[in-house]
Structure formats: structure tokens, C-alpha cells
Write a protein that binds this ligand. Sequence first.
Ligand code: BT5
Length: 228
Amino acid sequence: MKSVLHLPETTSTNDAAKKWAEEGAPDGAVVIADHQTAGRGRLGRSWHSPPGVNLYLSKIYRASFDLLPLQGALATRETVQKYLPPDLTAAIKWPNDILVGDYKVAGILCELFEDFALTGIGINVNMTDFPQDLRRPASSLRLIAGAEHDRDAVLKTVLDRLDHWNSNPAEVVGAFTNHCITLGREVTVTLPGREPLAGTAIGLNERGALILKDQSGVEHTIEAGDVD
Ligand code: BT5
């Protein structure tokens, strides 16, 4: 039985998991919170985390870190898909947005430390009120599917799917490619402190980095960034 810590409230499950990992939590340990008071996205952004409605969890890994962001995105995408009406599709916008149509319903934040790595996942399950200042339109399973969902069932699904993708690394890049709406599109990649880079997203490398071909035909490997 893997270790699971349920918290009524924390700043961020990634913070709580980091602390627990530093204190010796085993590989595969999971932290879940009902409420995050300082939920985080990438690049210092915040993740809106109201109490009692959504799923906020972080899983601790002590080995095999390379594909964690892709494995997290695949597991989260499948979880969202399971709760959608059959005519709707959940897709991955590279690297870590789970979208239904234009709406973001979940995000993944992976963090790498010296001896361990964390996969943090936030899924908007039963949330109905959203702040006005989000970078893109957001929604929840409840708003899309028209019904409340049992958060424990959603949790079980995402943990099952994480186990699946962690056990099948050879299939990860191919599966991610199949579900990634960024590929084949004209995109602009931005990274803090760098000039935006425009081009066609032509594929992923073996670690899931985005390969972008610019107007001059030069290929760039993008390890991290925002794609619009
Ligand atoms: C992400 O970052 O999408 C990663 C989100 C990861 C959240 C989980 S919750 C459990 C674990 N503990 C944490 O503290 N974090 C992880 P990014 O791509 O940077 O997107 C962040 C942006 O999404 C924000 O700047 C907002 O515009 C928007 N946003 C914030 N809260 C949202 C929400 N609940 N639903 C949809 N969009 C949101």
C-alpha cells in the first residue's frame, strides 16, 4: 500500500510533498489537499484552488524522472476524458494544459529536486466560479458534463492512470503525440527573458521536448515555455 496523505488545507500540495520527501517519504507517496491557499502554476503563476470542489494532488517520485511531465499530462487527460460526454474530447496543449475545446480544465506542475521529483496535478472537478483574470478560458467537469462528480472517484482514476503511464514509458511519447493539439500548428513560444520564437510545431523528441521549425527552416528544440 502506497503512502497517501490527505490534508484539509495546505499552501500547495507540491510544497507539502517536497517537505515530506525531504523527511523521507517513499517513492510513489501522494499528498492530496481539499484546499490550497497558494496553489502554483509554472513560472510563478498561481493556480486557483478553492476548497471542497476540485482535486489538488502531488505525487513523489524517486526514480525515472525524464518523462514525468508527459506521463502526468497523459494520465490527467484520460481522467478528464472519462468524465466527458462522448462527443467531447480532452486534449493536451504542450506542455501541460488539459483542454476541452478552448477551455482549460486541468494543469500539471512537475518539479525536479536533487533526490526526487514531484508531479502536481490540479483538476477542476465541481468548480463553478472562476476568477476573471485567467490567461485562457477555464471550465470544470461539472460545467462541461452538467453533473457533479465524486472527487474520490476522479482521484482513483488519475492515480490508476499515472501508474499505467509510469509502468509503460516506451509508449509515452507516442501517446502524447496522438493527443497533443499543439503539433502541426503555427505557434509562438515564449520564455521569460527571451525573444518569442514563431514556427511550426513539427514533433516531439524522445524526452517530449517540442521541435519547432522556424520560417527559415531551422529546427529548435524547446524544453520549456508557453505556446500560443
Ligand atoms: C499549470 O500552470 O497549469 C499548472 C497547474 C498545476 C496545479 C497543481 S494543483 C496541485 C499541485 N500543487 C500546486 O501548487 N500546483 C499543482 P500554468 O500553465 O502556469 O497555468 C497557470 C495559469 O492557469 C494561471 O496563470 C491562470 O491564468 C490559469 N489558472 C489558474 N487557476 C486555474 C484553474 N483552477 N483552472 C484553470 N486555469 C487556471
